[in-house]
Design a protein around this ligand. Structure first.
Ligand SMILES: Cc1cc2nc3c(=O)[nH]c(=O)nc-3n(C[C@H](O)[C@H](O)[C@H](O)COP(=O)(O)O)c2cc1C
Length: 192
């Protein structure tokens, strides 16, 4: 059985000094053996409009189709996102909406790990809970444990955006290991 795994990482924040983009960078440096990760910048994805969401790949906005194609090629997703108003940031929800439509949706059944960082105390737990409804609807396969909830992010990253908190680093490493295990398990189930 092929043991190479490709992930796609996305950040739910567009700002330059984003803790969540830094968290994604940390994840890319903590990948388990035989796992690689590409990232996709969500800032160019237009607002969802069903009139532009044609069933044929050649008719969708090119950047949307590129995003969907990268998800299709990935064995699993890594989402690092802030919590906005106790929920999923609009730009991230919008991108998920674009990827969720049609029988060829790359999200259906996809393994996924969500992590988050916030400057405040609750570590994005409410945003991560909102994701559960999306996972249910799309039959996605979330890795629940360990939870990566980085609170008071200003104390956990250095000035250059490196994640320096050893507990957080350990949790990210374990989360990625758990995602790898789930993907291999799913792959095994397919061939047996
Ligand atoms: C529109 C908006 C809503 C926010 N709502 C929350 C919230 O509900 N919970 C929370 O912990 N932080 C909230 N924050 C603060 C973010 O956690 C903080 O800005 C964080 O650094 C953003 O992530 P980033 O560094 O990756 O951009 C909010 C920030 C913005 C801009």
């Amino acid at each position: 059985m092929n043991t190479q795994i490709k992930l796609l990482g996305i950040s739910g924040s567009l700002r330059k000094g984003s803790y969540n983009t830094s968290l994604l960078k940390a994840a890319s440096q903590l990948l388990p053996q035989d796992v690689s990760m590409d990232t996709f910048y969500l800032g160019d994805i237009p607002l969802y409009n069903a009139d532009l969401d044609k069933p044929s790949a050649s008719q969708r906005p090119p950047v949307v189709q590129e995003f969907r194609d990268m998800m299709t090629k990935a064995d699993g997703l890594v989402i690092c996102s802030p919590e906005y108003n106790y929920g999923i940031p609009g730009l991230l929800k919008n991108a998920i909406d674009w990827a969720s439509r049609g029988e060829d949706s790359p999200l259906i059944g996809k393994p996924v790990a969500v992590m988050g960082a916030t400057i405040s105390l609750w570590g994005t737990v409410r945003m991560q809970l909102v994701f559960q409804n999306i996972f249910l609807y799309l039959n996605m396969k979330p890795v629940y444990k360990p939870e990566v909830l980085i609170a008071q992010a200003g104390n956990k990253f250095d000035d250059k955006g490196n994640l320096t908190d050893s507990t957080s680093l350990d949790l990210v490493r374990k989360k990625l290991e758990a995602l790898k295990k789930l993907i291999l398990h799913e792959r095994e189930a397919l061939v047996s």
